[in-house]
Design a protein around this ligand. Sequence first.
Ligand SMILES: CC(C)(COP(=O)(O)OP(=O)(O)OC[C@H]1O[C@@H](n2cnc3c(N)ncnc32)[C@H](O)[C@@H]1OP(=O)(O)O)[C@@H](O)C(=O)NCCC(=O)NCCS
Length: 169
Amino acid sequence: MVTVRPCEEQDIALLQKHIPTPGQPARHATRFERQQLGQSTFLIAWLDERPVGAGEIFWNGCAAPEINKHYPTCPELNGLDVWPPELRSHGIGTTLISFAETLVCQRGHHQIGLGVEDGNTQAAALYLRLGYQETGLHYLDRYQYTDDDGNLYDIADPARFLVKSLMLA
Ligand SMILES: CC(C)(COP(=O)(O)OP(=O)(O)OC[C@H]1O[C@@H](n2cnc3c(N)ncnc32)[C@H](O)[C@@H]1OP(=O)(O)O)[C@@H](O)C(=O)NCCC(=O)NCCS
């Protein structure tokens, strides 16, 4: 059975062992640091003792200014990933999303958002099925990537922003 809980410091080594972060060697540690600073909650999905997925709630909204100016108080579920790929389409992503929605609701927010890259039609289909709605807002999802030779690249992937209204059950 899959369970979800916020990351703890001792989880970082297991995350590094089981969930690769190509081009972003410090990704798990950076996400945990943001959580420690109160900027986010770094959620991990576990299957038995093994991490099989992750996502991060940005409490101050989407980092992209073109989205944040419209949704400054809407927490964003960012960087959702299930690993390894053969574990996808088994409900782990839905479990992570549901946990995030409950947490956001418990903190008194009535809305959660997320970005999906243009072309990621499968992920978008999942979000729309779960009740996320189009905002019509498009933006560039910016992050940095380091290749095997240590060269740093600035990436800007076109994406769109979806939101879902939340109500306490
Ligand atoms: C998107 C993702 C997090 C969803 O997690 P998941 O555990 O596969 O989701 P669930 O099993 O709860 O739901 C799967 C459904 O989402 C869709 N889906 C999304 N991504 C999919 C993928 N890579 N493979 C298969 N189905 C996918 C399918 O419509 C599927 O429907 P189903 O009910 O017919 O199986 C996961 O597939 C993943 O890590 N994909 C690669 C990274 C990614 O795209 N992240 C999203 C960034 S916005």
